[in-house]
Every structure is written in C-alpha cells, then in structure tokens.
Design a protein. Structure first.
Length: 132
C-alpha cells in the first residue's frame, strides 16, 4: 500500500529506483514516454542539488548498476489478500488450491491470469461474507 501512495503522488509509475549505498531508495526512475501533456516535466518537483547530490550523481555515473533496483511489482492477488487481512493458507483453502500454488501466484514479478485474479477475489469476497 505504501507504493500505491507513492505512485499516486508521482503520477507515472516508476520502473525502478536509484538507491544509496545503504540500499535505501533515493530517486524514482520514470520512463520519458510516461510523461504526457497532462503530467509534463514542469509539473514534476525540482530541487537544486547540493554537494551530497552531486557526489551521488558522480558515483552513479561511474557505476549505475550498483544503484539501480527494480520497482516492486504490484501483485493484485497479494494486495487484495493483505488488505483483507487473510493468510495465504486461508485463501488457498477457499480457492481449493495448495498454499504453495497461491504463493507462486503471489510472487513478485508473476503476472497472474485475469481468470486466476477473479477466482481469488471471489474467494476473498466469500470469506468476508462468512465473517459478518
């Protein structure tokens, strides 16, 4: 949910982040093609760089791969399950699959089929109605 809030503030969805030597994200990477007339460069926040920023940029230019980290994938099944405060085991049982199969569906970078997402959402809906 924290990434969703960040995404809403930034406009275009970042494809990655620049990280500092401690591994903490410092800058979002936004594809140029995602900047549209509605969200042009003038609308993105700018800050005058200080010495620390200039030093970071110099280190980044020498070895960019050391500072790049892929953006987290927003898996719709995992997000819905966590929002509903349901364990993988409970949702897997409601979907009539093994917890291992559900774990595979929720892995970062996995793109579940729409049919699987619908099945998971229906199972979560059924669990919510049982709680009431």
């Amino acid at each position: 949910m924290q990434f969703e809030t960040m995404k809403l503030r930034l406009g275009p969805r970042p494809t990655g982040f620049l990280t500092n030597p401690e591994g903490k994200p410092t800058h979002a990477i936004i594809p140029i093609l995602d900047v549209t007339e509605e969200n042009d460069w003038d609308s993105l926040p700018t800050v005058e760089p200080d010495e620390s920023d200039r030093a970071f940029i110099a280190r980044f230019h020498k070895n960019p791969q050391a500072y790049l980290e892929p953006a987290p994938t927003l898996n719709p099944i995992r997000l819905a399950r966590l929002k509903a405060k349901v364990t993988q085991e409970v949702l897997a049982n409601a979907m009539d699959i093994t917890p291992a199969a559900l774990s595979k569906q929720e892995q970062e970078g996995h793109n579940p089929r729409p049919r699987t997402i619908d099945r998971a959402l229906k199972a979560l809906g059924g669990l919510k109605s049982q709680k009431k």
